[in-house]
Design a protein around this ligand. Structure first.
Ligand SMILES: NC(=O)c1ccc[n+]([C@@H]2O[C@H](COP(=O)([O-])OP(=O)(O)OC[C@H]3O[C@@H](n4cnc5c(N)ncnc54)[C@H](OP(=O)(O)O)[C@@H]3O)[C@@H](O)[C@H]2O)c1
Length: 322
């Protein structure tokens, strides 16, 4: 494993972080057992992963708590989140403070390392900054968490207005950011701010579903070509990004390309990967530890996709539970 410093938190963290949400939720999202999910977390830790990201809303805090039993608390960086209720409801101070206390109980810890406001839409940001953050900082004084973070709602904020506005405000120690091969907006909207203010960065959506499902990628290319956003040759192939897979330091697979692409972007600290599959777990860590994609491939990806907005952020079609 390689380790880095998570911005101004000073925490030493593995460059590969285990995401306990996404569509897999450690396998719970595809019908695997809690024991299986605990096993995924333990295997990640055995491979040197020391940053675990969960959220009250994921339903995985209990299994993270089980996996952490008997583990030296100082050896792991536990990140969790509190959300606004679903639908049109807004954030409230009381529900966020309740969520923090609930997370501590479910995780079975005295404190979390990074407590994050989850999926904050631009319109909610002023309330989050003026009411919720001050209330949370008072909870930090009680020792309930060490650092305050914020995460975006990428499908609803593809231009990343919320993070662009929030990061200079000074209270956010970490930011969770969407960034991938075909969504390069953060390079101009977010990373200049995180670098200037030493905000630690956690990347989500490196693979998401678009790079895990070849048919979804091919369909997205056809839609983009039909509206003139990408060249037509990309829509004529079942494997439009196959040019990234080659010898001479090229990628070994599309998911390998996707994780390596994100890992080596200047401004990236931790690449989160979400999986319920032990084989994917090992493959993804190996990819995150490999060198950057060749410069010619990175240049081609910038030329082809850096103008795109909001691509590949959505959820996949719902899978039936076995
Ligand atoms: N707003 C927010 O705060 C927010 C939103 C979303 C996510 N997140 C965080 O970011 C983390 C990452 O989420 P993500 O959805 O973006 O995950 P991701 O790592 O980009 O993609 C995970 C998806 O790709 C599949 N996959 C992973 N490795 C693979 C491989 N080697 N080959 C083929 N398929 C593979 C997984 O299924 P398998 O189980 O089959 O591997 C899963 O469906 C989450 O767990 C969560 O911690 C935060």
């Amino acid at each position: 494993m390689h380790y880095t410093t998570l911005g101004r938190t000073g925490l030493r963290v593995s460059v590969a972080g285990l995401g306990c949400g996404g569509f897999s939720r450690l396998g719970l999202g595809t019908g695997q057992s809690e024991d299986h999910a605990v096993g995924i977390i333990r295997q990640a830790m055995d491979l040197g992963v020391n940053l675990i990201d969960t959220a009250a809303v994921y339903g995985t805090e209990d299994v993270v708590g089980k996996a952490l039993r008997g583990v030296d608390r100082d050896a792991v960086v536990v990140c969790t989140k509190a959300s606004k209720p679903a639908g049109d409801a807004t954030f409230t101070v009381a529900s966020i403070l309740d969520s923090l206390d609930g997370s501590l109980k479910r995780l079975g810890v005295d404190y979390v390392d990074v407590f994050q406001l989850h999926a904050v839409p631009p319109a909610a940001y002023p309330f989050v900054r003026d009411e919720i953050a001050p209330a949370l900082l008072r909870e930090r004084e009680k020792g309930k968490f060490r650092f305050l973070g914020i995460t975006e709602t990428a499908p609803n904020d593809p231009e990343q207005h919320m993070l662009n506005r929030a990061l200079p405000d000074g209270m956010w120690d970490t930011a969770m950011v969407a960034f991938h091969l075909m969504d390069q907006v953060a390079r101009t909207q977010v990373f200049p701010h995180t670098l200037a203010h030493k905000v630690g960065t956690l990347m989500m959506f490196a693979v998401r579903s678009i790079f895990a499902r070849p048919a979804q990628l091919a369909a997205a290319m056809r839609d983009l070509a039909a509206t003139g956003q990408v060249p037509t040759w990309l829509a004529e192939s079942d494997d439009p990004l196959g040019f990234l897979v080659h010898g001479d330091g090229g990628a070994t697979s599309l998911t390998d390309a996707a994780y390596r692409y994100v890992r080596h972007e200047p401004g990236v600290d931790v690449v989160l990967f979400g999986t319920g599959d032990a084989g994917h777990l090992r493959a993804n860590i190996n990819s995150i530890l490999r060198p950057a994609l060749p410069e010619a491939d990175r240049a081609k990806l910038a030329e082809l996709f850096s103008h795109l907005r909001g691509v590949g952020l959505e959820a996949p079609p719902r899978r039936r539970q076995p």
